[in-house]
Design a protein around this ligand. Structure first.
Ligand SMILES: CC(C)(COP(=O)(O)OP(=O)(O)OC[C@H]1O[C@@H](n2cnc3c(N)ncnc32)[C@H](O)[C@@H]1OP(=O)(O)O)[C@@H](O)C(=O)NCCC(=O)NCCS
Length: 342
């Protein structure tokens, strides 16, 4: 086994990833195409290969395999194959390229959880680099076994600062999420709390799930939404078991209202899933999303009612720095900034 330094392979892997992503999207515009594996992580040593996560609805899993095969890929023998996972490889590139075709919401979302954990945890990244470097003398099979044990171990709930933190995957809703969404959205507690679980669900999507799924990516482009609203990415939050546990709304910029009280990020956790660390995980992943997609945003405003202890603790656990408190509609609101460079 030979491992390359990031500078020796990462520009090539990202170039091939970008072109393959474009190609996949020209056939499957709704597919989730994500760069995974070591080459997706800054500073990681690697064999120099490229791994791609391709998430599609379960019903489209088999037809997707045919599309990917038409690109010159073939199913990799000897790897786990289910109706929710299939690995395809191609020999048509100067490096090894593998596409993991995954059913949305399945346990194989773990590919993304592991990548996100590595991206956000320098200590873990160093441990993983050491594992690789110490495996230089191993056969490919022995290395895989060692690597799998490491990954499995970290995917169990990790302890951060002595507290349990729950892993969260943020993603756009797909048609397959209909029942989960309706169950979460119909919870009567939202009404009692005076909180809207899904923005624009009533006002723009007319409570039509298919329409909501179709229009949601447009909200991020500033389309369909009221003129006084800024473009906003709405993502559903799933736990490790694929339960829909909450949502986040990421506003791409601050207008006067948002600068005063709304903030960049708004989140909510489905009542039956509260007090399990999900809000903390949702805000953490929302910050990662901003880091990745909006690098120009260097500090993120998050606000809450002073009386909302859960939200206050969530912001503070994500290193929110209190700027001030203001009174709005008779309520005390706390305004925190979270600095992304630190
Ligand atoms: C506020 C909210 C997001 C918290 O979600 P959650 O998943 O229960 O929060 P977490 O489990 O991540 O908890 C974070 C911390 O707050 C504490 N906490 C959560 N709810 C609490 C409550 N009602 N009272 C006291 N503490 C609470 C947790 O114990 C935890 O503290 P710890 O880190 O010291 O252990 C959730 O109650 C909610 O969705 N409320 C309605 C919508 C809302 O208020 N959104 C925020 C808008 S600013």
């Amino acid at each position: 086994m030979k491992f390359l330094k990031p500078s020796e392979y990462q520009s090539q892997t990202s170039e091939i990833f970008i072109s393959l992503k474009k190609k996949v999207h020209s056939f499957l515009p709704l597919a989730r195409v994500e760069h995974i594996g070591s080459s997706a992580i800054e500073g990681m040593v690697s064999k120099g290969d490229l791994d791609i996560f391709l998430g599609v609805d379960k019903e489209a899993h088999t037809s997707t395999l045919e599309i990917i095969k038409s690109f010159g890929f073939e199913i990799k023998q000897g790897t786990l194959r289910t109706d929710e996972l299939c690995m395809l490889i191609s020999a048509s590139y100067p490096i090894e390229v593998a596409i993991q075709v995954v059913a949305n919401g399945s346990v194989f979302e773990n590919f993304l959880i592991f990548r996100d954990l590595l991206q956000s945890d320098v200590v873990l990244k160093n441990e993983y680099n050491q594992l690789k470097e110490s495996s230089a003398g191993l056969t490919e099979d022995d290395y895989r076994l060692k690597k799998s044990a490491f990954i499995e171990n970290i995917l169990k709930v990790r302890s951060v600062n002595g507290k349990k933190e729950s892993h969260i995957i943020l993603r756009q809703l797909t048609l397959a999420d209909k029942n989960k969404f309706l169950e979460a959205n119909d919870d009567p507690s939202w009404m009692k709390e005076g909180f809207i679980f899904a923005h624009y669900w009533e006002s723009i999507a007319n409570q039509d799930f298919e329409k909501f799924v179709k229009l949601s990516p447009d909200f991020a482009k500033g389309l369909h939404i009221p003129p006084e609203h800024v473009p906003c990415t709405i993502l559903a939050a799933f736990n490790e078991d694929g339960d829909l546990v909450g949502r986040t709304s990421i506003r791409h910029e601050l207008n006067t209202h948002l600068l005063n009280i709304g903030g960049h990020v708004g989140y909510a956790v489905v009542p039956k899933h509260r007090r399990k660390g999900y809000a903390t995980g949702i805000l953490k992943e929302s910050l990662n999303y901003i880091r990745k997609h909006f690098p120009q945003i260097k500090k993120v405003l998050v606000t809450c009612d002073a009386s909302n202890i859960g939200s206050k603790k969530t912001i503070e656990a994500n290193r929110g720095v209190l700027e001030n408190s203001i009174t709005y509609e008779g309520k005390e609101k706390l305004r925190y900034w979270i600095y992304l460079s630190s």
